[in-house]
Design a protein around this ligand. Structure first.
Ligand code: ADP
Length: 296
């Protein structure tokens, strides 16, 4: 695991990373993030650096984000910003990374993105070779457990669905609870064990994919772990969806197992529960519908 450099001040980080005489000349704030403040730093020599910042208490989140970006980068399969360092500075914590300068999309943008995502999904597994990750991380503002498991279905139950259902307990009637318990104890009827764990982005929607100056799709803001690649594909469909060319090209890689359509809403359930727990009851009907679909 690549060590993340940590600093006690932003100016110290800039000097260490770019040279003793370098300093931040300008900050331009960027919109689009859900959780953190984001800006592009322009250094006195014109270099550009991307910085995310938040309260000091968010330093562990930034460390986890950095570990996720590094894990994706380690595969060499797909564009992802290089992590430069993290740290704290006068009441804030920050994460510094390579600034991805946007470019014109290549003609086969979605086909290339699908092929590179599939290559990430099929990259060699690091660490223990189990489902999970070496540390927990965050999905939106909620912590997700990555305790290693030797099998996918128990991991998905114990580290994904069950903690979210528990956190949302107040929304459910006795009838709902019966269905949820049935679902959790019969997941193997609906899901399939993959051949082996795949590195997944973990929060793959259109807002977490940007176009680089190579014209290709780059991944940002991951919540990585070793899991089932279908969970990334299901999430892309959940919030808006990517164009058909993406799905056709991903299917062509052979990474999507037969029966995906029957499983995908169970994977959606995790994200919908997370939204229910973050944003409230607007997501309850979607959660209940899926629970009923599988646990009638
Ligand atoms: P948050 O953690 O608050 O959700 P994001 O990681 O999604 O923040 O970043 C906010 C926005 O900043 C993104 O929508 C994207 O447009 C832009 N962005 C993120 N990372 C980079 C980067 N390395 N280079 C250029 N722009 C970036």
């Amino acid at each position: 695991m690549k060590k993340i450099k940590e600093y006690g001040s932003l100016s110290g980080a800039v000097k260490d990373l770019f040279g003793e005489s370098r300093y931040v000349e300008k900050r331009s704030y960027v919109s689009g993030g859900d959780i953190n403040e984001a800006c592009v730093l322009t250094l006195d020599d014109g270099s550009l650096v991307f910085m995310k910042s938040n309260a000091v208490s968010s330093l562990p989140n930034f460390r986890a984000e950095a570990a996720g970006l590094n894990e994706i980068r380690r595969t060499g399969a797909i564009g992802v910003p290089e992590v430069l360092g993290a740290g704290t500075d006068e009441g804030i914590s920050f994460l510094l990374m390579e600034y991805i300068i946007g470019g014109r999309r290549v003609r086969s943008f979605w086909e290339t993105f699908a092929a590179e995502l599939a290559a990430m999904h099929s990259a060699e597994v690091s660490g223990t070779g189990e489902y999970g990750f070496f540390e927990d991380n965050w999905i939106g503002s909620r912590r997700q457990s990555n305790t290693p498991h030797s099998k996918w279905i128990p991991f998905f139950r114990d580290c994904r669905l069950a903690p979210q259902f528990n956190a949302a307990a107040r929304y459910f009637s006795t009838e709902d609870v019966k269905r949820i318990e049935y679902l959790l104890s019969h997941l193997d009827r609906f899901l399939a064990e993959p051949e082996r764990p795949s590195l997944v982005h973990g929060d793959l929607w259109s807002g977490n994919m940007i176009t680089g100056n190579d014209g290709k799709g780059w991944l940002i803001d991951p919540a990585v772990y070793y899991g089932h690649p279908e969970i990334d594909i299901a999430m892309t469909e959940l919030f808006g969806g990517f164009p058909p060319a993406f799905y056709e090209a991903y299917k062509e890689t052979g990474m999507l197992q037969p029966g995906y359509e029957d499983r995908k809403e169970l994977y959606d359930l995790y994200q919908l529960l997370n939204h229910l727990n973050m944003f409230g009851s607007g997501y309850l009907p979607g959660v209940k519908r899926i629970v009923k679909k599988y646990a009638g």
